[in-house]
Design a binder for this molecule. Structure first.
Ligand code: DC
Length: 230
């Protein structure tokens, strides 16, 4: 049976990665979290001092772009691959609110997108990949057999994100998380290069009031029908 490509796009905290990981596991496909790569570049910029008091020195970052080596690697004892930057496991720091607050301007830089899109396309050459992000169905894999566009209200998403951060021990307040969700929604869908939008042919699912299992079963049946046909 042939393998297909599954592209999942949507705003932050729409549950894309949970669904994507579950789908990949059930189909025996590779899961790629493209947001982790944008977070990785942002973390690099912060480490190098290219982001000071919330202001990004885009020129300095662009000059150093070829010093950034991003790789997904499995770590013993963990079910999902972790993001490595120049050999360092950066999975924990890239998930903090501090990185979330800086990532959208970095992700809006065309040269950053060009570099990461090329890496993402290379990871999907053999198909059998589930990738989530903002431009996967529109730019990275416009030919993907299955495209999904997940949505949920900003309040629902901020509650999910807040719980995730608190569970990890990140001391944040809910209003800061909601503000960050709303700001990223705006920047991610209004930037000039590859703004978040529903890809042509994508199936839209609003999961504000939908459980994980119901969503998963719906999506898996779409995927299986496409795999049988391919
Ligand atoms: O999915 P996430 O919240 O981890 O993504 C972090 C940021 O990266 C998000 O605010 C927008 C950006 N991003 C992007 O521009 N394109 C992608 N394909 C994935 C993420």
């Amino acid at each position: 049976m042939k393998k297909i490509t599954i592209a999942i796009d949507g705003y932050s905290s729409t549950g894309k990665s949970t669904i994507a990981k579950k789908l990949a596991k059930s189909l025996g496909y590779i899961y790629v979290d493209s947001g982790a790569m944008y977070r990785g570049v942002t973390y690099f910029a912060m480490q190098q001092g290219y982001i000071k008091d919330g202001v990004l020195d885009a020129k300095a970052l662009l000059k150093s772009l070829d010093q950034i080596d991003l790789q997904f690697k499995f770590v013993a004892g963990l079910p999902d691959a972790a993001m490595f930057l120049n050999g360092e496991n950066i999975e924990a720091p890239i998930r903090t609110l501090a990185v979330s607050q800086q990532v959208s301007p970095v992700a809006a830089i065309p040269e950053v997108r060009e570099k990461l899109v090329a890496l993402q396309q290379a990871m999907g050459v053999q198909k059998g990949v589930v990738m989530d992000g903002r431009d996967i169905g529109t730019v990275v894999f416009p030919e993907a057999e299955l495209k999904l566009y997940l949505t949920a209200s900003a309040d629902t998403r901020a509650h999910r994100r807040y719980k995730e951060l608190i569970d990890k021990g990140d001391k944040v307040d809910f209003d800061a998380v909601l503000k960050n969700v709303q700001e990223r929604d705006y920047i991610d869908s209004h930037r000039a290069t590859s703004p978040l939008k529903k890809a042509e042919g994508a199936i839209e699912i609003d999961n504000s009031d939908m459980g994980l299992e119901e969503q998963f079963e719906r999506i898996l049946s779409h995927a299986n029908a496409l795999i049988e046909r391919s």
